[in-house]
Design a protein around this ligand. Structure first.
Ligand code: FAD
Length: 481
């Protein structure tokens, strides 16, 4: 792809934030010259997928919330002409507990309560009351009414008011994991509104897989007149008289522009791509102090066996304190999350064969950067560690899928170093900086430089996309004048 020497707007990164901004800009102003620079060979950042020997894997996002019919997100995507079919992930999760009990988290509350009753009859009433209370809290919040009674309560306190068995807590801990927040730290009201919201609106999977979803967004951007170049990394944001003038690429080329939108990690954007002299000490400290969310270890298996009897998303073992352990830099494979993409979308079967993605959350810098050598070099010790972890994970999955080991066709393991390398997010964080801390927002102290993505207003696909839409609309209005 030929690059012009000057653009109106350059976007660093084709994650969902970058694509969202690019799509709004090109749709609303077809004459704008908009360039997306992507260091990887494919678009999407953490909303991605890959094939090996015909097996399909989602190594990042595995579902999208707030994408129900009529949601703001869905409406905006419709308005920009994006066509996509979605499959509801129901049950959202299935839990296989160590005591041999199993519970599927269906959105249909009655169906879910039947599951709870079958496993722990004494917890049915408390679980029902808890869900009703979550609905009441969400209802009050939507009316803008104050919810004084749980002011200093944690989500853990709220759950414990209604249920005794920690395995029921483990089910709802899911919503804390999404935000890297320990259950005892998450605010009761935040947890309750999340539970109520997601149970009402659901989580969907884009038909064709996550990679296809991002590719279609990128294709639409290009068909609207935008340009994407792959395999080029922005290394500097050029500034003159405190105003953005362009970017510098890793091949030494300068690209001039009037505005830069960075979808790159906020720490890298502000601390590496911009000269320190342009930012004041308070802002620099604020960015340096942002705490990254957790990362993890992910296993990809291609298996020659029938998995049609398993749920698409399940968790093996309970663990409500996992995030606390990670914060203390402790690694333990206590709970394992397992996903089978073709159960959600059978078009992802590999000639009738299934792929499995399994993961657990982990610290970033564990065991001397995972036994890697200087500069993250992949040493024999690193590979040995990966092999050990793979074997432990496979053994754990076998407790639910017997005879797995003997039917494995391919196996690949990603460590936090892998996530760091592919998406260039600080500490390989899966959800950007912790969403419940103060975040930088879309505006920056540098004139004509904006931020989009999970580092900016909150993590996850909906927040990343909507930050992009927001910046796209602001700049569209400026150019439209
Ligand atoms: C394992 C995992 C599971 C997840 N599950 C879910 C889920 O189920 N639902 C959900 O909503 N969210 C989930 N998330 C989070 C969600 O995927 C992210 O929050 C969101 O996609 C981030 O979007 P972003 O706009 O910040 O861009 P990113 O995904 O961070 O992408 C940034 C892009 O910029 C590129 N880039 C970075 N620096 C440069 C540079 N200097 N030059 C050029 N290009 C650059 C990168 O290559 C990348 O393509 C998950 C994340 C992970 C890792």
């Amino acid at each position: 792809m030929e690059m012009k020497s000057k653009y109106d707007i350059v976007i660093i990164g084709s994650g969902l934030g970058g694509l969202g901004a690019g799509l709004i800009l090109t749709k609303q102003n077809p004459n704008l010259r908009v360039l997306i620079v992507e260091q990887h060979t494919i678009p999407g950042g953490y909303v991605t997928g890959f094939y090996r020997k015909g097996y399909y894997f989602d190594p990042g996002a595995e579902g999208i919330s707030s994408m129900y019919e009529g949601s703001t997100l869905r409406k905006t995507l419709n308005e920009i002409g994006f066509q996509q079919e979605y499959i509801k992930i129901d049950p959202l999760e299935t839990y296989y507990f160590d005591d041999g009990k199993k519970i599927a988290l269906y959105y249909d509350i009655e169906k879910f309560l039947i599951e709870v009753e079958a496993a722990y009859p004494e917890e049915k009433k408390g679980t029902e009351d808890f869900l009703n209370e979550c609905n009441r809290i969400l209802g009050k919040k939507m009316k803008g009414e104050d919810i004084e009674e749980y002011k200093d309560w944690s989500f853990y306190d709220l759950l414990k008011k209604y249920v005794k068995n920690d395995n029921i807590l483990d089910i709802f801990n899911l919503f804390c994991l999404w935000f890297s927040e320990p259950i005892r730290k998450m605010k009761a009201k935040t947890g309750a509104t999340l539970v109520s919201n997601v149970m009402k609106t659901g989580v969907v999977y884009p038909k064709g897989g996550m990679a296809n979803f991002s590719k279609k967004l990128a294709d639409l951007f290009v068909s609207n007149g935008g340009t994407i170049i792959y395999g080029k990394k922005a290394t500097n944001i050029l500034i003159e008289d405190h105003i953005v003038t362009g970017i510098l690429l890793n091949d030494g080329k300068e690209v001039k522009c009037d505005y830069v939108i960075s979808n790159a990690d906020v720490k890298k954007t502000m601390l590496e791509y911009i000269e320190e002299k342009y930012l004041d000490n308070d802002y620099l400290k604020f960015i340096r102090d942002l705490k990254q969310s957790h990362t993890g270890v992910m296993l990809f298996l291609g298996v020659d066996m029938d998995l049609s009897m398993y749920p698409s998303h399940f968790q093996i073992s309970e663990d409500i304190d996992g995030i606390d352990r990670i914060k203390k830099n402790i690694l333990e494979i206590k709970k394992l999350a397992v996903r089978i993409p073709a159960i959600k979308d059978p078009s992802l079967l590999n000639d009738g064969k299934y792929s499995i993605v399994a993961f657990f959350f982990s610290p970033y810098d564990w065991n001397n950067m995972w036994n890697s050598g200087p500069g993250g070099k992949r040493t024999p010790e690193y590979r040995k560690l990966k092999d050990d972890l793979m074997n432990q994970m496979i053994t754990k999955i076998e407790t639910i899928i017997p005879k797995l080991k003997e039917n494995i066709d391919i196996r690949i393991l990603a460590t936090p170093l892998t996530f760091d390398r592919y998406v260039m997010v600080s500490e390989g964080a899966w959800f950007g900086p912790n969403s419940f801390s103060k975040l930088p927002g879309i505006k920056t102290p540098i004139k004509n430089l904006f931020l989009v993505g999970a580092s900016v207003e909150g993590s996850g696909v909906p927040s990343a996309l909507s930050s992009g839409f927001k910046v796209g609309k602001i700049l569209s209005a400026i150019f439209y004048k």
